[in-house]
Structure formats: structure tokens, C-alpha cells
Design a protein around this ligand. Structure first.
Ligand code: NAP
Length: 280
């Protein structure tokens, strides 16, 4: 997998940034992009963002981007060493558990300080009708035998399990086209990229007479519209439970992740110098 390392070193030499702190952000989330935006103007940092390459046309980012897997924890550890990375920030999606596990193992192996930037999960409020399930096969079973009108707000690679429940009508929203389409008789596809507003999602769910939403518990505001819309319309929400993530230093706010770079790695502003940030 080609990286932008040589370009980076060239750019560093031109603007005299050989001494800049080298930061690798594992991204794919809105927070990763916002953190990159925050850090991009800083001349004391050389920031690179890494994407899995899941979407065909990722949104533009304000720092150099590398795309594609590293080859497991070992590959990432080699990358950290080869690119002389000083700090690693895991800002991947809360359901990207494999990548987070790899980041924890690689950081330990390469002795690179690691911080996770993790969104808190959504919590139910009055009026929510939530059912939590372990995975997509369990979500398909939870729909039950009677035909329902289901909004699948999942990645296009995560919906195959719903072919086992062809009695339902599905509305599928994804960034890239679902190819091949689901082998079910009733499915409608929409291509769209968040953030999604609550009122738009309410209009969408009402227009398709949706009675059930299947979603990850992503947290944050960009994907919350459908959850609020389901509540407003009295629809049930089947939520995929969050995967277990490694117990590493973690923060929820972009400000805190940016501030972490200005301090020794085991210190967070507002905490004692020997207080590590707690895992979340
Ligand atoms: N990744 C995203 O951008 C993203 C965005 C939104 C939602 N999600 C959700 O997260 C869940 C799992 O997604 P996933 O397959 O991407 O994660 P994953 O299962 O944790 O990762 C699988 C492999 O993808 C590569 N990878 C993941 N994130 C990477 C990154 N930022 N940079 C370079 N390589 C990366 C790694 O390959 P190697 O082992 O070869 O390094 C990793 O082992 C799904 O539910 C998905 O919808 C992911």
C-alpha cells in the first residue's frame, strides 16, 4: 500500500518541519475529520489521516490522507516505526473494533502513545422504543414473522443478514450503492451521506411508512436524526449493541484530543500530571 510518506518528508524539508511532532489519526468518522481540521493549521505538527477506504469518494480532508489497511496490528506497528509516528489517535467508528484492537496492540508494540477519541453512545429518553441486539442476524430475527416496513441505516456491507427475513419491506440508505442488491422482493435504495437532519429523516420515514429502524448506536449528532424521527413517529428502533473496545486512554471531545498533543501522553489538562485519562 503506497503511503504519502515520501511526499510528507519532502514537504517537511521545504517548510522546515523535520522537528514537527508526527501524528497519525485513524479516521473514517466526522470527529476524525474535525480533529484533522483543528490540527491542520498547526506548524508544529505533521498530521496524517488514515482511512480504511470503505467509501468510493471520501469527503476531502485538510491533511494528507493515506488509504487502506496496514496488515493487522503488526503492519500498523511497522508503519508507526517506518513513519516515525510520535502520537497515534484512534478516531475510528465505535463499531470498528478490529481497528481499535490493532491500534492498541500496535501502539504498545511500537511504544507510541495512543489516545482514543470515542463518542459516547446514545441513551434512551422518554418515548424511545428500543430493542438492543448483538448483531445483524439477531436484528433480522428480532423483526419477527409479520411483515414490517424497515429502515436499514447500516453500512452496505452489513445488511446481507436481512435476506433471511424476506417478508419485510426494506428501505436501505447507504453512501455507496448496494451491489448486488439484497435478494428480497421488496427493497428500496437511497444513496446519501450524513449528517442527516431530524426533520428530513422524519419526512423520509413517514413517506415510506417505516415502522422499524435498524441502526448502530453510533453516538454523536450526525446520525441521530433517525433515532429522534423514530421516537416522533412511534417507530421501534432495533439497535446493534456496541462491540467491546480495548481499555486505552480515551476522550470524547475533539478539544481534549487536541490538548493531549500538548502534554506528556499520560496527562490530560485538568487532571493531575500522573492521572491517565480513563478508558470509556
Ligand atoms: N472504517 C470506517 O471508516 C467506518 C466509518 C463508519 C462506520 N464504520 C463502521 O465500523 C464497523 C467496522 O468497520 P471497518 O471494517 O471499517 O472496521 P474494522 O472491522 O475495525 O476494521 C477492519 C480492517 O479495516 C482496516 N481499517 C479499518 N479502519 C481503518 C483506518 N482508519 N485506516 C486504515 N485501515 C483501517 C484494518 O485493516 P488492516 O488490519 O489491514 O490494517 C482493519 O483491521 C462497521 O460497522 C462500519 O459500518 C466504519
Amino acid at each position: 500500500m503506497p503511503t504519502i510518506a515520501s511526499q510528507r518528508r519532502g514537504a517537511d524539508a521545504v517548510i522546515g518541519l523535520e522537528s514537527a511532532m508526527r501524528v497519525l489519526i485513524l479516521g473514517g468518522t466526522t470527529e476524525a475529520r474535525l480533529l484533522a481540521e483543528r490540527l491542520a493549521p498547526r506548524r508544529d505538527l505533521a498530521v496524517t489521516l488514515s482511512l480504511a477506504g470503505r467509501t468510493h469518494n471520501p469527503v476531502p480532508h485538510p491533511v494528507p490522507v493515506r488509504i487502506g489497511g496496514f496488515g493487522g496490528a503488526e503492519g500498523l506497528a511497522d508503519h508507526l516505526a517506518a513513519e516515525r509516528i510520535d502520537r497515534l489517535i484512534d478516531a475510528t467508528h465505535p463499531y470498528a473494533a478490529q481497528m481499535s484492537e490493532n491500534a492498541a496492540r500496535a501502539a504498545a508494540r511500537a511504544n507510541v502513545p495512543l489516545l482514543a477519541l470515542r463518542r459516547a453512545p446514545w441513551t434512551a429518553v422518554d418515548g424511545d422504543r428500543w430493542t438492543e441486539v448483538a448483531d445483524t442476524p439477531a436484528a433480522a430475527r428480532a423483526l419477527g414473522p409479520n411483515p414490517r416496513r424497515v429502515f436499514l441505516a447500516l453500512g452496505r456491507n452489513e445488511i446481507a443478514a436481512f435476506e433471511t427475513a424476506p417478508q419485510h419491506s426494506y428501505l436501505v440508505r447507504s453512501v455507496d450503492p448496494v451491489e448486488p442488491p439484497l435478494a428480497v422482493p421488496h427493497a428500496t435504495y437511497i444513496q446519501a451521506r450524513g449528517p442527516f437532519r431530524e426533520e428530513d429523516d422524519r419526512t423520509l420515514l413517514a413517506a415510506h411508512a417505516i415502522d422499524t429502524v435498524v441502526s448502530k448506536n453510533s453516538g454523536g449528532s450526525a446520525a441521530y436524526g433517525k433515532i429522534a424521527a423514530a421516537r416522533a413517529l412511534g417507530a421501534q428502533v432495533i439497535l446493534l449493541r456496541r462491540p467491546a473496545l480495548p481499555d486505552v486512554a480515551a476522550v470524547e471531545r475533539i478539544d481534549d484530543a487536541a490538548a493531549w498533543l500538548d502534554h506528556p501522553p499520560d496527562h490530560r489538562p485538568g487532571h493531575g500530571p500522573s492521572s491517565p485519562v480513563r478508558g470509556v
